[in-house]
Ligand binder design. Structure first.
Ligand code: ZN
Length: 251
C-alpha cells in the first residue's frame, strides 16, 4: 500500500496544491493535523484535506481554531491567526475540524499517527534525547508525527544499542527533490514528513512524504510553490505580516 503523509498544511492552499501535483500515485492519505492556522485559505484547505484524507489526527491549531482550547499558550501572532481563522471558518469546516480525533490513531498494523508525540499530542519532538525516550518505549515500528515543521525524524535499533537522526540530504536546494529512506526490519522510527504549509527547517519548499508499506520505504519530498501568492493573500487578509515573511525564509 502506498500512503501519502501530509502534516501542518496550515491553510496554505498554494503549498497543498503543489504537493498534490508532485505526489506519486497513492492509495491512502494520512493527515497529521494543523490543517488550519496561519494561512489565508482555511475553508478551501479544510475541504480539500477532508476529501483527500481517510486518517486524521488533530493538531493544536485545529483545536484552537474550533474553541477546544484557549489561546493562552499561543504566542500573540499565532493567537491572532487563530482568532482570524475562527471567524472565517464555515460551519461545515468548523465541525469537521472540531471532530478530528486525538492521536495516537492506529491506521495500520505497526503504524501510529500522532500530531506531537505518542505521549502528548502537543509535545514538540525536536531533540534526539526526547525522541529516544519515546522510541525506547513505543511498541510500533513506525510512528508518523508532525507539529515541529521539521522534516526528518529519528530511529532506534531494536537492541537499543544504536540510534540516530534522519536528516535530509537533497541534491539541490531548488526544484522538486526526493530523499529515500529504507526502513530496517530491526528498527523503530519516528518520521516527520515536514510541514506542507509553513516549513521551519530552513527550506522554504513545501514538504510531505510517501510511505510504501510493501517496499518498506519512506520517500521525503520538497516542492517549490507560489510563495508570493500565498503571501499576498496573508497580507490582504490582514493577518500578521510575519506569517507571510516567514514562508520565504522557511523559518
Ligand atoms: Zn503546526
Amino acid at each position: 500500500m502506498r500512503i501519502l503523509i501530509l502534516s501542518d498544511i496550515h491553510a496554505n492552499l498554494e503549498a497543498l496544491e503543489a504537493c498534490l501535483a508532485a505526489a506519486p500515485a497513492h492509495d491512502r492519505v494520512f493527515n497529521l493535523g494543523d490543517i488550519v492556522g496561519y494561512g489565508a485559505n482555511p475553508n478551501e484547505v479544510t475541504e480539500r484535506a477532508r476529501t483527500l484524507g481517510d486518517v486524521f489526527v488533530r493538531g493544536n491549531h485545529d483545536k484552537a481554531c474550533t474553541d477546544l482550547i484557549s489561546l493562552e499558550g499561543f504566542n500573540p501572532i499565532a493567537g491572532l491567526a487563530a482568532l482570524w481563522t475562527r471567524q472565517q471558518l464555515r460551519p461545515e469546516s468548523f465541525d469537521f475540524l472540531r471532530r478530528l480525533p486525538e492521536g495516537p490513531v492506529l491506521p495500520l498494523p505497526g503504524v501510529q499517527c500522532v500530531h506531537g508525540s505518542p505521549r502528548d499530542e502537543d509535545e514538540y519532538v525536536l531533540m534526539r534525547r526526547e525522541a529516544f525516550s519515546i522510541l525506547a518505549h513505543v511498541e510500533f515500528p513506525v510512528t508518523f508525527f508532525g507539529h515541529t515543521h521539521v522534516q526528518g525524524g529519528f530511529w532506534i535499533d531494536d537492541s537499543q544499542e544504536s540510534e540516530g537522526a534522519i536528516e535530509m540530504t537533497y541534491k539541490s536546494p531548488e526544484g522538486i527533490q526526493q530523499f529515500k529512506l529504507e526502513l530496517s526490519a530491526a528498527g523503530k522510527y519516528l518520521i516527520n514528513p515536514g510541514s506542507v504549509g509553513q516549513p521551519r527547517d530552513g527550506d522554504p519548499r513545501a514538504a510531505f512524504a510517501a510511505y510504501d508499506t510493501d517496499k518498506r520505504s519512506v520517500i521525503f519530498y520538497r516542492v517549490p510553490y507560489d510563495i508570493e501568492k500565498a503571501q499576498k493573500k496573508i497580507f490582504a487578509a490582514g493577518l500578521p505580516e510575519r506569517l507571510a515573511i516567514r514562508l520565504e525564509e522557511g523559518r
